[in-house]
Ligand binder design. Structure first.
Ligand code: NAD
Length: 428
């Protein structure tokens, strides 16, 4: 099934964006260590399926606006596809394709019976009212009906979507079926079949992985000075968890900018402020600084939990953190990765570090299918077990093969998908 280089270049054009190019370049780097057949690698370089939709929405002022929406399914080899829905002005087909591919490796690395998907609507979510967001979500869900389902593709929250968004999606899908189908989405409210601990899972998972890395490096987490970029679901909870572990959170930021206090920030108070005001804007608990300045602060652990493309060839040489943890997807460019690697700064890669979310999403789906619910302690313990197992495999593989942690994580994820694809064969 080898394509000519021209055909391959042409096919890549359909998805072409900087983020997709980065996902494929990371894949190609890892494949050279993964020892998988060329034909299998070629299949995995492209998503299986993508849907583009136009979402008409009646605005509060009576106008009708059409928003572009997408859903990309990268691989269904291991099971239904799984992945978040984001509302953001940068959402494109290529961005969803890159994020869907990373979801495949993440699910496989965590040994979850899923493949990767991602979707979203290109919009400015901060300018939409709650009623507009509800109409947008319900119409977008209706447009996705041909490709989603509890055994086909299961959405979850991502940037600017939350439990409420998932409740609207679940209700829209259930109305078409005529009965409640909680297992169609994860990350929904507990009252309609959501799981305890899902809300906190990604942020807490980030800190579980950071703690494990500290153990391996002989560092004490409670002695570390931490900086967290992004103060939403992932960053806000990671900051709180670091604070509760006794680490000193010296700076945090969101889209409105950052706050720095060398003596340590009162993270619970900042959480309360952000809940009340919608962001950290106007807070004066520390000195204000820009996001660019925040990334370059002197600290032990820098948690990236905002968005992609934050550490680049330009700022990587100036970073002073001793370790970087990727809570966001794709925050470090390939060039920056190489610079940090050469400087000996460990980068805990996204597909491992933020996998707590999809892992507890999997627990939520299993509970919904079985109509039997577990306790918070049971879920927290199962999550810790899954993340530790994946962390140990990645760390040991990186040491054995002399690769970065990212390459090791990708190799571990890609190998299992490849093995399954080889066993199943290409249909027909
Ligand atoms: P969110 O919308 O809850 O929070 C995003 C935060 O980043 C907000 O505080 C926002 O103000 C801030 N932000 C946005 N642009 C910024 C910028 N340019 N500089 C600094 N801060 C900025 O989203 P989230 O769910 O926390 O997702 C954050 C990242 O984590 C995304 O990359 C997402 O794909 C990834 N992720 C999320 C989950 C999850 O369960 N929510 C799971 C895995 C990965």
């Amino acid at each position: 099934m080898a394509s000519t280089p021209e055909a391959l270049a042409q096919a890549q054009l359909e998805w072409d964006t900087p983020l997709y190019r980065m996902a494929v370049a990371q894949f190609d780097q890892a494949v050279s260590f993964a020892d998988i057949p060329d034909g299998i690698a070629e299949r995995l370089r492209f998503p299986e399926r993508a849907l583009m939709v136009s979402v008409p929405v009646r605005m509060d002022d009576g106008r009708r606006v059409v928003f572009p929406g997408y859903r990309v399914q990268h691989s269904s080899v291991l099971g239904p596809t799984k992945g978040g829905i984001r509302y953001d002005h940068d959402v494109t087909l290529g961005e969803c394709a890159a994020l869907a591919m990373w979801m495949t490796w993440k699910c496989s690395l965590l040994r979850l019976p899923y493949g990767g998907a991602k979707g979203g609507v290109r919009c400015d979510p901060r300018s939409l009212s709650s009623a507009e967001l509800e109409r947008l979500t319900r119409r977008y869900t209706s447009e996705l009906l041909p490709v989603i389902g509890p055994q086909e593709d299961i959405p979850a929250p991502d940037m600017a979507t939350n439990e409420q968004t998932m409740a609207w999606m679940m209700d829209t899908y259930s109305m078409q079926r005529g009965y409640a189908v909680p297992e169609i989405v994860t990350g929904k409210p507990i009252s309609i079949g959501g799981s305890v601990f899902r809300h906190e899972a990604t942020g807490v998972g980030v800190v579980m992985v950071v703690a494990r890395a500290c153990d391996r490096l002989g560092w004490r987490l409670e002695e570390q000075r931490c900086v967290v970029q992004g103060f939403g679901n992932v960053g806000g909870i990671a900051a709180l968890e670091l604070h509760e572990h006794g680490a000193r959170v010296v700076a945090v930021s969101d889209v409105s900018g950052g706050l720095n206090a060398e003596g340590g920030l009162d993270v619970p108070a900042l959480q309360a402020y952000a809940r009340e005001h919608g962001s950290l804007e106007g807070n004066e608990a520390g000195s204000r600084l820009t996001n660019e300045e925040l990334l370059e602060l002197d600290c032990d652990i820098l948690v990236l939990a905002a968005r992609e493309d934050q550490i680049t060839a330009e700022n990587a040489p100036r970073l002073r953190a001793r370790m970087i943890a990727e809570g966001a997807n794709g925050p470090t460019s390939l060039e920056a990765d190489a610079i940090l690697n050469a400087r000996g700064v460990p980068v805990l890669p996204d597909i491992l570090t933020n996998a707590g979310g999809v892992t507890v999403s999997y627990f939520e789906w299993v509970q919904d299918l079985g109509r039997l619910f577990w306790t918070r302690d049971e879920i927290r313990a199962k999550l810790a077990e899954k993340l530790s197992d994946a962390f140990d495999r990645v760390w040991d593989l990186a040491e054995d093969r002399g690769t970065s942690l990212r390459t090791a994580a990708l190799v571990a994820g890609i190998r299992d998908v490849s093995e399954a694809l080889e066993a199943r064969g290409i249909f027909p």
